[in-house]
Write a protein that binds this ligand. Structure first.
Ligand code: RIB
Length: 332
């Protein structure tokens, strides 16, 4: 299922208004920022650009945009990355926007005004003929995401859901997801419980779940067991869009028929590179840049892998073996 064919990303596009400041303001606080810039963003559009730059399968995107000036850089950015667009044009809503404060230690706080993204409906889904994977996020209405996942599953298309921004998900949607990608906070929300990653994953009824762990790397649980991938060390400037880069590159690699281990390694490398530059789509690396980083890195050191295993709630022994080897999910 979903091994070959194009990737369809159905989701959001936002124009990001970014101001840099010493720190992200606390509630009630005003901070004097510095330079201000706009960048093409939105989780869906960032993921589509990452997928297209990773190469392999052609990338298409279903996106809702306003009939306004903010839509222009978003459309041209997507098209120049090689993404084939299906645009739902809204005359009664503005293009989505995001207001981002970026701190000097590369942290951010983001508020999204969804605008046209909220107008994406079930009936907008194009024919899935020739589509191998459908990549979804949660910046468009949940009932739309649920309907798209249902239609894709019925058509034999692999459904990958990045559950961001975090929210609880209905069982009906999870039942139609083949690969779920979450960060630590999103996993806790989807699992609806505290505890270790291993404990929370046990509560998520999706065959393959990938958990991104920032500077630690990532882990995944699939029917074969656990997969651990250490992070690629970098000096982070801006982490905006790093998770989206991870998702787009992961889906591109899976769409090329690569193993989950290889896909996780490429996704971790690409998201590391995305943190070294400003902006969401502006920071997404090309496939050549990712290959160069991968070629320059051998096996992760055992200490790093042990830290990763422990961060996942696994015994340290799970870190043994080659960097991306699978370990049984439940040894009992
Ligand atoms: O994931 C980063 C993205 O979140 C930004 O580009 C912003 O638009 C928000 O959607």
């Amino acid at each position: 299922m979903g091994e070959t064919g194009s990737v369809l990303v159905a989701g959001s596009a936002n124009l990001d208004f970014v101001v840099r400041a010493h720190h992200v303001p606390a509630p009630g606080e005003t901070v004097l920022g510095r330079d201000f810039s706009t960048f093409a963003g939105g989780k869906g559009a960032n993921q589509a650009v990452a997928c297209a730059r990773a190469g392999g399968a052609p990338t298409r995107m279903l996106v809702a945009l306003g009939d306004d000036a903010f839509a222009l850089p978003l459309e041209s950015g997507l098209r120049s990355a090689g993404v084939q667009l299906e645009v739902v044009r809204c005359t009664d809503r503005p293009t989505g926007t995001a207001f981002i404060c970026l701190s000097d230690d590369a942290e951010n706080a983001i508020t999204v005004a969804p605008g046209a993204n909220a107008a994406l409906r079930a009936e907008h889904l194009p024919s899935l003929q020739g589509i191998g994977s459908l990549l979804l996020q949660l910046e468009t209405p949940l009932e739309t995401v649920t309907a798209y996942a249902r239609d894709a599953t019925a058509s034999g298309v692999r459904v990958v859901l990045n559950a961001a921004p975090a929210r609880a998900l209905p069982e009906e949607l999870l039942a139609d997801v083949d690969v779920l990608v979450v960060n630590r906070g999103e996993l806790a929300t989807v699992a609806g419980s505290s505890g270790s990653i291993a404990e929370q994953l046990a509560r998520v009824p999706v065959a393959t779940v990938v958990v991104t762990l920032g500077a630690h790397g990532c882990c995944a649980r699939d029917p074969a067991g656990w997969h651990l991938q250490s992070a690629f060390p970098i000096a982070a400037v801006d982490t905006t869009g790093a998770g989206d880069t991870f998702c787009g590159v992961l889906v591109a690699a899976l769409g090329r028929g690569e193993s989950l281990d290889k896909a996780l390694r490429a996704a971790c490398a690409a998201s590391a590179l995305a943190c070294t530059r400003l902006g969401a789509q502006a920071s997404i690396p090309s496939s050549e840049q990712v290959q160069a980083l991968l070629a320059g890195h051998g096996d992760a050191d055992p200490g790093q892998r042990r830290t990763l295993a422990v961060a996942c709630g696994l015994p340290e022994e799970a870190a043994a073996g080659v960097p991306t080897s699978a370990h049984r999910a439940d040894p009992a």
